[in-house]
Design a protein around this ligand. Structure first.
Ligand code: SF4
Length: 235
């Protein structure tokens, strides 16, 4: 479990510019991989972002896929946000094996004022990381860099979806004090991210944020049964 930067808003809002990834983890809930080419339309995204009341936003997350493959695009997304909104990013850390990419990433984090860089710690990802480089980085920047522990339990989504029983425990509705987590996917769909890893699509960036917030408020009082469709399913 990772604690997000806290702006005390009601929503943690994340952006997935692309699901492209330099790894293909067996458990990936987005089925990220090198063959993913769809990207988020940044003009449509700007229109959506302009409808957001950022007093409602606790933090903004950047992920993919592997976000460091698209730093220019995430730079443009960060430029659309108020400078007071805390931004964090989650990455697979494979860049730690390449000193040039590591230096470029540190410069990029500084330039956009990234509040926290979270490096995934599943064994499938760790074997692509330079453990020493990451530990030096986290010791030098303890406030800004979080190295995730290996996950004890895998969320049975994505490539492991056939092993998931499709039943949501309703954890989200027990923890109303936590921000509601939603994410914008490459087609512009908006996912409601439950604690169990079931991520139904509840809207699209063609709708104003007030409408999305309304739908989320309603969902927060339900379990996942009967939700419209899961991420990746067709309408
Ligand atoms: S590194 Fe992350 S995005 Fe990439 S395949 Fe693995 S879990 Fe998916």
């Amino acid at each position: 479990m990772v604690t997000m930067p806290n702006n005390q808003g009601l929503f943690d809002l994340s952006f997935q510019y692309s699901l492209e990834c330099n790894l293909s983890c067996s458990f990936c809930m987005y089925e990220g991989g090198p063959d993913k080419t769809e990207v988020l339309n940044l003009i449509d995204l700007l229109t959506f972002i302009n409808t957001i009341d950022f007093a409602l936003i606790n933090s903004v997350g950047l992920y993919g896929g592997e976000p460091t493959l698209h730093l220019d695009a995430y730079n443009r997304i960060a430029a659309m946000l108020p400078t007071t909104t805390p931004i964090w990013m989650i990455s697979n850390g494979a860049w730690s094996k390449d000193p040039d990419r590591l230096v470029d990433l540190i410069r990029w984090c500084r330039a956009i004022g990234l509040r926290r860089l979270i490096v995934s710690g599943n064994p499938e990802q760790v074997k692509h990381q330079d453990a020493r480089a990451l530990h030096v980085l986290s010791e030098e920047c303890p406030e800004a860099v979080t190295l995730k522990e290996p996950d004890g339990s895998m969320l049975m989504m994505g490539r492991l979806a056939h092993r998931w029983d499709g039943v949501c425990s309703g954890k989200c509705s027990w923890k109303k004090s936590d921000p509601t987590r939603i994410a914008v996917t490459p087609p512009g769909d908006i996912m409601f991210q439950t604690c169990d890893g079931s991520y139904p699509v509840i809207g699209n960036i063609s709708q104003p944020f007030s409408q999305i917030a309304e739908i989320c408020r309603d969902f927060n009082h339900k379990t996942c049964s009967g939700l419209p469709r899961a991420f990746g399913e067709t309408k």
